[in-house]
Design a protein around this ligand. Structure first.
Ligand code: ARG
Length: 458
């Protein structure tokens, strides 16, 4: 046990209590953030004359050495320390002697850990964002390859109207774009430095909080020291954003799983992203897609966990807040893994254009277009809806599609129907005529693709 405290204690901590309290097992991943923050802190202590420039330089060199040795694997973080902060400070003092004990001047572990998490999270947001960007690029390639791949669009998982695969996939393009913008919002809002908030009430030393904020790339110092040490809002926002990313992936996976069934056969998942059965030799299962869908629940759990932890905490720091780490780390690890795997799986999917087109032609997906055709002939829409519906019903009775009805059969319902109806209700026409902004028609899609390309250039 190597504590940073103990002066006012008569006896040691119970062994189990010590372990229960310790966070080194998971906050070890904050080592780089911790050292980076300490370097900024000590640089400021030197600049303001709280420490001599020489002392500051000695500490800075010691800290840099620790970081280098950790990254090179020459130094390992040992579990005997309470947390990463104790570890770094102890190793520093072992290495540079008495001067090391001055590092923590004008600082508390409360502002230190708040800073470490912010530094760490900023990097992680960057990584998650790059993965989303990678996914968007693969998505865009797939979109551009499938502007003429017809498929049924669904509502209630019932065939509704024909769309294209490009159009369907583009819906996800929009979702993942919003996910990136959510991350950017969080990154911008969280970017204030807690350093110098002290335990809760600032310090008596003439710290230059704006200087450390600037050294660490923050927009400024947190305005209130109590808020500085106890703000975890950005983690809740991040967990919410992670949950939404996972929800998007999960919906996409659900579709992939459905499309990959023998009943649909719209797609085939590559062997690299499928697994087999130990008993049924014929099986090739979409386990990766299922697991991503499953892990969405896990990230929701991480989010709910921290919301619940923070509820009812009085100001300022409370040890409950240590519970922020494992859930946030778990959510980020999960999201990053899922994004990477999903991108790989999407990039290797094989699309069965014939099956999709055939499916788009069934289920009377052109019934709305038949009604629209009648509207063009002067029939009010509500009446046109009724005529089209009755024709669908007669098709169901005869076991045929709308296009398979003869002109005279159609005329029985409405004498205004002419030979040109067949062209008007062909699946290709149903798609090609839909060119309102954001629709699957070729003109609308060309505009969408141009916008997507522009977006990906930024
Ligand atoms: N391990 C602690 C955490 O993660 C660090 C802060 C400790 N502060 C304290 N007053 N015990 O929150």
């Amino acid at each position: 046990m190597a504590n940073l405290w103990g002066g006012r204690f008569r006896s040691g901590t119970d062994k189990k209590a010590y372990q229960f309290n310790a966070s080194i097992g998971f906050d070890c991943r904050l080592y780089k953030a911790d050292i980076t923050g300490s370097i900024a802190h000590v640089t400021m202590l030197g600049k303001t004359g709280i420490l001599t420039e020489e002392e500051a330089e000695t500490i800075r060199c010691g800290l840099k050495g620790i970081l280098e040795d950790l990254e090179a694997g020459k130094l390992t973080i040992s579990g005997e320390y309470e947390d990463i902060h104790s570890f770094v400070e102890s190793v520093l003092t072992e290495r540079i002697g008495e001067t090391g004990k001055k590092l923590h001047t004008g600082r508390s572990r409360n502002d230190q850990v708040a800073l470490d998490m912010k530094l760490y999270i900023r990097e992680e947001i960057g990584e998650a964002d790059s993965l989303l960007f990678g996914l968007l690029n693969v998505l865009e390639e797939t979109i551009e390859a499938h502007t003429e791949t017809y498929m049924p669009g669904f509502t209630h998982l019932q065939k509704a109207q024909p769309v294209t695969l490009a159009h369907h996939l583009d819906a996800y393009f929009e979702m993942f774009k919003r996910d990136r913008s959510r991350l950017a919002d969080i990154r911008a809002r969280m970017n204030t430095s807690p350093l110098g908030s002290g335990a809760l009430a600032g310090t008596t030393y003439p710290l230059d909080r704006e200087y450390t904020a600037q050294l660490l790339g923050f927009d400024g110092a947190a305005a209130n020291s109590m808020d500085g040490v106890s703000d975890r809002d950005y983690l809740l926002e991040l967990l919410s954003a992670c949950s939404i990313i996972m929800m998007h992936l999960s919906r996409f996976c659900e579709e992939i799983i459905i499309w990959n069934t023998d009943e649909y056969r719209f797609i085939e998942i590559d062997d690299a992203f499928s697994t087999g059965s130990s008993i049924m030799p014929q099986k090739k299962n979409p386990d990766i897609a299922e697991l991503i869908r499953g892990k969405c629940g896990r990230v929701y759990g991480d989010m709910m966990s921290l919301f619940t932890t923070l509820k009812g905490l009085p100001l300022a720091y409370n040890k409950d807040m240590q519970e922020d780490k494992e859930v946030v780390f778990d959510a980020l690890d999960t999201v990053k893994d899922c994004l990477e795997l999903f991108t790989g799986m999407l990039g290797t999917l094989r699309f069965n254009k014939e099956a999709m087109k055939k499916s788009a032609g069934g289920g009377f997906t052109n019934a709305t277009d038949l009604a629209d055709y009648l509207v063009k002939k002067g029939v009010p829409f509500r009446d046109a809806h009724g005529i089209s519906g009755r024709l669908v019903l007669s098709c169901i009775e005869k076991g045929c599609t709308l296009q398979e009805l003869s002109l005279s059969e159609m005329k029985e319902e409405c004498s205004l129907i002419e030979e040109d109806v067949y062209e008007a209700i062909s699946i290709a026409a149903c798609v090609e005529k839909r060119n309102t902004k954001g629709a699957p028609g070729p003109e609308a899609m060309a505009k969408t693709i141009a916008d997507n390309r522009e977006y990906l250039k930024q």
